[in-house]
Design a protein around this ligand. Structure first.
Ligand SMILES: Nc1ncnc2c1ncn2[C@@H]1O[C@H](COP(=O)(O)OP(=O)(O)OP(=O)(O)O)[C@@H](O)[C@H]1O
Length: 288
């Protein structure tokens, strides 16, 4: 549904996009992550047609940028773009008219995003989280086959965050391709999203959570029934927290084997697998 190849965009002396590639299939939620300034928002703005790239290819449903491609896109920008003096319903109506959706779609979507009680409130009077959800609703109305959501849950409380994630999941289950930008990594686990990691204007890692984290080190956590000294190679990779040794490891069974071989029998053993936070941290190390 979305095919992007080799996007480049320069702002003055700064290269915001430097060969950005991303393909997203129908029904897929692609979590786009990366540090501030990695180019995520610029990428989304190029796909929507708001920003013109210097070079590169953007195809939406097989069509290059233009009116036909734009009609397939639902977009919730990071900087909210709602009419503050208009109510939630009126804002949704505007976007519904553009998308050719009816009144029913407005009430259904408002219910799904827990906005029913504020449909007649001007968006300028809403809380930050309510505004975010209204923005998401304007993106989702009319069931566009490509959804671009740029940090849609910033400022949302856990309950409304849950409602938004459910709505995103439902759109993907109905066949939409979703690009979901966030700094809040647990959401991408909840959404069972594939991942695209952006750095310095390009996607440097792309795949499932499992594919991207399996080669990262995990942690072997062991505790003993009294003070113990770890063998030297393990000690260099270990820290202690609450009397427990936490050993950074790429091979937990082998490290446990060396403990046992040294005559050290733990009373508790736990293995923590690498997760998205570790993936993020590994990128920080590379950036430094
Ligand atoms: N309109 C603009 N004019 C000049 N520079 C810009 C403009 N928009 C973005 N940039 C620069 O391009 C780079 C990429 O910015 P972008 O907003 O795309 O990153 P991001 O990954 O979305 O960051 P964040 O996580 O902070 O939202 C940054 O160095 C930014 O300063």
């Amino acid at each position: 549904m979305l095919q992007v190849e080799g996007l480049r965009k320069r702002y003055g002396g700064r290269l915001a996009l430097d060969g950005f590639d991303l393909t997203v299939e129908p029904g897929e939620i692609a979590g786009l992550i990366g540090h501030n300034g990695a180019g995520k928002t610029t990428f989304v703005e190029v796909v929507t047609g708001l920003v013109r790239p210097d070079s590169g290819l953007v195809l939406v449903g097989g069509r290059s940028a233009g009116r036909a491609a734009r009609a397939k896109i639902g977009y919730a920008p990071q900087e909210l773009a709602l009419y503050p003096s208009l109510t939630v319903r009126e804002n949704m109506r505007l976007f519904a008219a553009l998308a050719g959706a009816g009144k029913r779609a407005i009430t259904d979507l408002a219910a799904q995003l827990q906005l029913s009680d504020c449909l007649d409130t001007p968006t300028g009077l809403l809380s930050g989280g309510q505004r975010r959800r209204t923005q998401a609703a304007t993106a989702m109305i009319g069931d566009p086959p490509l959804l671009l959501l740029d940090e849609p849950t910033a400022g949302a409380d856990p309950q409304t965050r849950g409602a938004l994630l459910d709505a995103v999941r439902a759109r993907a289950e109905a066949g939409a391709a979703v690009v979901y930008t966030t700094h809040y990594l647990p959401e991408l686990v909840d959404l069972d999203a594939t991942l695209a990691v952006a750095r310095a204007g390009r996607v440097v890692a792309r795949g499932t959570r499992h594919e991207l984290t399996r080669d990262l080190p995990g942690e072997l956590r062991v505790a003993f029934d009294g003070p113990r000294e770890l063998p030297a190679p393990l000690r260099e990779r270990a820290r202690t927290v609450d009397g427990e040794f936490r050993i950074t490891t790429a091979d937990a069974p082998a490290d446990l084997g060396s403990l046992l071989a040294a005559g050290l029998m733990p009373v508790t053993v736990d293995v923590r697998r690498p997760d998205l936070d570790d993936l993020y941290r590994s990128l920080e190390t590379v950036d430094a």
